[in-house]
Design a protein around this ligand. Structure first.
Ligand code: FEO
Length: 173
């Protein structure tokens, strides 16, 4: 059984993941309208992943005798200025999510809920990867600067950027 405090903290995280999915969906739509096809596909996929993060939590809460709450969500903004700014916001959003996961892990330790603590390790590992991926993308954007050819290639290839490929390209890191 989940303690009330752990159940509430998990429900809060369900909302964070759902709102993350909405944020990236809004980014996908903005990029699509701007003709940034590759970036848009990247964001649609990222939005789906956040929904999967949310669903995994919903299933866990209900399996443990709790009740996962599906709440209303804060509407994301609809304009991101530039794709460079958008990826900066993605990075900052992932740091916010990591902090939220860390707080949640802290609650499970205080409540001595080692099963939930164990379950959350997947999210801890996932956040390390998501932050690394976002940093890699920002590095690439900085390298490109205002080079039009570079921007074209970035939009074409952004879906292929993974944490593994980034590490292979920068072995000194
Ligand atoms: Fe579910 Fe991108 O954190």
């Amino acid at each position: 059984m989940l303690s009330q405090r752990v159940e509430k903290a998990l429900n809060d995280q369900i909302r964070v993941e759902a709102e993350s999915s909405q944020v990236y969906l809004s980014m996908a739509s903005w990029a699509e309208v701007k003709g940034l096809e590759g970036i848009s596909q990247f964001m649609y996929k990222h939005s789906d992943e956040e929904r999967m993060h949310m669903l995994k939590l919903v299933k866990y809460v209900n399996e443990r005798g709790g009740h996962a709450h599906i709440s209303d969500l804060k509407a994301p903004k609809t304009d991101f200025g530039s794709f460079q700014n958008m990826f900066q916001e993605l990075y900052e959003h992932e740091i916010f999510v990591s902090n939220s996961i860390n707080e949640l892990v802290h609650v499970t330790l205080e409540e001595k809920d080692y099963a939930t603590h164990n379950f959350l390790q997947w999210y801890v590992a996932e956040q390390i990867e998501e932050e690394a991926l976002a940093r890699t993308i920002l590095d690439k954007i900085n390298l490109i600067g205002n080079d039009k050819g570079g921007l074209y290639l970035f939009d074409r290839d952004v879906q292929q950027i993974t944490v593994e490929s980034a590490a292979a390209a920068n072995p000194e890191e």
